[in-house]
Design a protein around this ligand. Sequence first.
Ligand code: F6P
Length: 319
Amino acid sequence: MKTIGILTSGGDAPGMNSAIRGAVRTALNKSMRIKGVRNGYDGLMKGDIYEMNISSVADIIHKGGTILGTARSLEFQTPEGQKRGAQILADYGIEGLIVIGGDGSFKGAKALSDLGIKTIGIPGTIDNDMGYTDYTIGFFTAIETVSDAIGKLRDTSSSHGRAVVIEVMGRNCGDLALYSGLAGGAESIIVPEHKFSINEIIAKMEHGRKRGKLHHLITLAEGVGDPYALANELEEKTGIETKVTVLGHVQRGGSPSAVDRLLGSAMGSRAVDLLAEEKTGLAIGYVNGKIIEVSIEEATSVKSVFDENLYDLANSLSR
Ligand code: F6P
C-alpha cells in the first residue's frame, strides 16, 4: 500500500492529535504517503484532502482537539453518499483510510471497507462507551477535567453549606461519571446503568450533615435525566440548598493526559502497520494492557460492560 488517508470524526477527544502524529510518522517511516481529510466524512464528501508531511504533525502531541477538524455528515450516512466517499478516496489515490472516532464513525469505516477501501478504526471518544476496548482515547483526560471541577465545586459547596448536582457527559454510558466521581470523592454517583433511589441520596445528605459535612457532591451522568429536577427535589426534601453545574463541552478540551498520548501514539502507529499488511475492517483497542484489534463489526456490536466493582467501591467509600 502506497498512499493512505486519515480522518477524525464525531465528537473530538483529547489524544486524537497523538494518534494522528503516530499514524503520520509511522507511515512516513515506511515510505508511505499519507493524506489528511479535514472535518471528518463531511470534508471527505467535499474532497477537502491534503498531503501530510513530517512537519504537519510537529508540535501537536500535547494539544487538545484534532488538527484535522471533525464534523457530522448526513450525506455520508446514506449508501449513495458512502459510494461517493469511496470514489473520492480512490480519485485521490487513497487505498487505505484510518478513522479516529466513536461508534458512528466506525460504522462509516465499515461501509468504506465493504466498498473496497481498506479501513482501520481507532477509538476516540471521552465517553468510553465502546465495549470491545478497556479504554478509548480521551477518556482519561476527561476524568482529570471532571475530577478537577469536582474539587473546585467541593471548595465552594463547603463554604456555603450546599449540595451540587454535577452533570457529566457520556451519552448513555456512566463511566465518566463513575471514574471522575470516585477520583473526585463525590458522595453520590448516578449512572444510567443503575436505578437510583432518591431516598438513599437524601439519607446520605442528611447523615453527612449530621456529622458536620458541609457539602454533598453528586455526579450525574447526562444519560440519566434532568439535573435541575433532581436538584429541586433534593432541596425540597432536605432543606439543603442544591445547585446544578452542567460541565458541558469543557470536558472535551484540554491538553491530553500522558495516558491518552500513549494510547494515541500506539494506536495510530498500529493502524498504519495493519494497513501496510493490507488488512481492512479492523478496530484497534486496548485490552488487559495490550493493543489489540478486532473486526469493526465486533467493535460496534460488543456492549460496554459497566464496572460494578468500581461502582460498589465508590459507594462504600463515600460516606
Ligand atoms: O460523544 C462525545 C460527546 O461529548 C457526548 O458525551 C455528548 O453527549 C455529545 O458528544 C455531545 O455532542 P455535541 O458536541 O454534538 O453537542
